[in-house]
Ligand binder design. Structure first.
Ligand code: FPP
Ligand code: MG
Ligand code: MG
Length: 443
């Protein structure tokens, strides 16, 4: 197997795929109401990292063909496409129940919406610009099922829906190096647009024809909300009544990088239970979507509940473990960058923005481990005059950022180990590259 030639840049495999992803998402989001149409598509105008869809697409390629049922799955999907072409059925690519994209009873509104869509920042000035025309979708020769492509699009819809809501909650003024949706369109429309994205994602999900996949993705939606509420309410175990090591039982395996990290705290700062609360929240708000969609795509590829084929569970679990660990690493780096990078570098609020929201993320918890006086500030959510600056100073003097990076690196390594339970392939190389690149990302 060492004879296999590794591609220089395995991620280049995805170039065409990501182009059609953007095109398809735009067509999933058409609404006849110009305001809704514009805001729903707004965050897709800027260049996102597309981590979630990339993971879905590559995990599909890395696992397709492993199931003994693969040929049936493929034939069934191609057959559905054939039926659709002949007008006999509702294939996965069939237009969703949606009205015309724009309401043409009102030509000036229509032009305004089109202008805004092609140049969202034009809302800030009055200069109109020409409307953009979309490119047509390309049919790539990659080994992907139509349902897997659609699942990749669904993950991005869900992610962006959560960002629309998140930017309302976090009072964020910028996102993807441009004004945030709430700052341009207001909170009410931003929330409704997020809901609209979820609605269209649900429609698309129903077309995939797999209850196992619906269940996975629906549980992600609940997880996102649970993670956000956990962060907001911080039902953090009280420091005054620390849990004994016995009662502070963790749902994580003792060898999980986060469990190891929680167990290695000095005892002068956060308890293991407080650290695990943070890690659990991180799983729910970030890792769950990546983990469960990676698992879901192996289900679409025929690794779903299959009696007598034990290997299917192993493939699904490897995909899930890869996604979970990648997601943990991704959010840990995000929380580190909030301290170590500026808003200009990030294209969104930075420079300790989480502290201003009252949030103590990994760098703050690790700093607390070294400077016990930080505990008080964390407990009162940096509310008092000067708290944010004092906390930032202590955190930057501590090894909080370094320890956060090290924990992210351990999760990245665990993601790669999960990947190695799958057979070698170019797609696996690309997934490995994503897991190592996550550590050096700058935004
Ligand atoms: C970004 O985190 C936000 C999330 C990862 C999830 C937010 C989830 C919700 C608002 C719940 C609603 C869910 C749905 C499905 C609509 P961040 O604020 O730490 O990152 P940022 O710096 O990019 O803003
Ligand atoms: Mg947030
Ligand atoms: Mg935010």
């Amino acid at each position: 197997s060492s004879a296999r030639i590794r591609l220089e840049d395995p991620l280049a495999l995805l170039k065409d795929e990501l182009g059609s992803l953007r095109h398809n998402i735009t067509s999933l989001l058409g609404s006849k109401h110009p305001a809704l149409d514009t805001i729903a598509k707004y965050y897709f105008q800027a260049e996102g990292k597309h981590v979630r869809p990339m993971v879905v697409l590559l995990m599909s390629q890395a696992t397709n063909g492993l199931s003994p049922r693969w040929t049936d799955v493929e034939l069934r999907e191609r057959g559905r496409e054939q039926d659709r072409r002949e007008g006999k059925g509702r294939g996965v690519d069939e237009p969703l129940e949606q009205e015309d994209v724009l309401n043409d009873d009102n030509p000036s509104m229509m032009q305004r919406a089109k202008d805004l869509l092609s140049n969202p920042l034009s809302i800030l000035s009055s200069s109109p610009s020409s409307s953009a025309s979309s490119s047509s979708s390309t049919d790539s020769s990659l080994n992907l099922l139509p349902t897997q492509r659609r699942l990749a699009e669904i993950t991005e819809l869900i992610h962006v829906a959560s960002l629309l809501h998140d930017d309302v909650i976090d009072l964020a003024e910028t996102r993807r190096s441009a004004p945030s949706a709430p700052s341009l369109f207001g909170n009410k429309l931003s929330i409704l647009a997020g809901d609209f994205l979820l609605a269209r994602a649900s429609l698309a999900l129903s077309r995939l024809g797999s209850n196992e996949v619906v269940e996975l993705v629906a549980s992600v939606l609940a997880n996102l909300v649970e993670g956000e509420v956990m962060q907001m309410k911080g039902n953090m175990p009280n420091r005054a009544t620390p849990m004994s090591p016995r009662t502070a039982s963790s749902s994580l395996a003792a060898t999980d990088p986060s469990a190891v990290a929680a167990a290695s705290l000095s005892g002068n700062g956060p308890t293991p239970a407080i650290f695990e609360h943070y890690m659990r929240k991180t799983y729910l708000k970030t890792a769950s979507l990546i983990a469960k969609s990676a698992r879901a795509t192996t289900v679409l590829g025929g690794c779903g509940a299959l009696q007598g084929w034990k290997e299917g569970e192993r493939v699904k679990d490897a995909a899930y473990e890869y996604g979970r660990n990648l997601g943990m690493a991704f959010q840990l780096i995000d929380d580190m960058l909030d301290f170590t990078a500026s808003a200009a570098e990030l294209g969104k609020p930075g420079g300790g923005a989480d502290l201003k929201l009252g949030l103590a993320t990994a760098p703050a918890l690790y700093a607390w481990d070294e400077f016990p006086e930080l505990g008080e500030l964390i407990e009162r959510k940096f509310e008092r005059e000067g708290d944010v600056e004092r906390a930032k100073d202590l955190i930057l003097r501590s090894s909080g950022a370094t320890r956060t990076f090290d924990l992210a690196a351990a999760h990245s390594q665990a993601a790669i180990e999960a990947l190695h339970r799958l057979p070698e392939s170019d797609a696996r190389d690309a997934l490995e590259k994503i897991a190592s690149d996550v550590l050096t990302r700058k935004k």
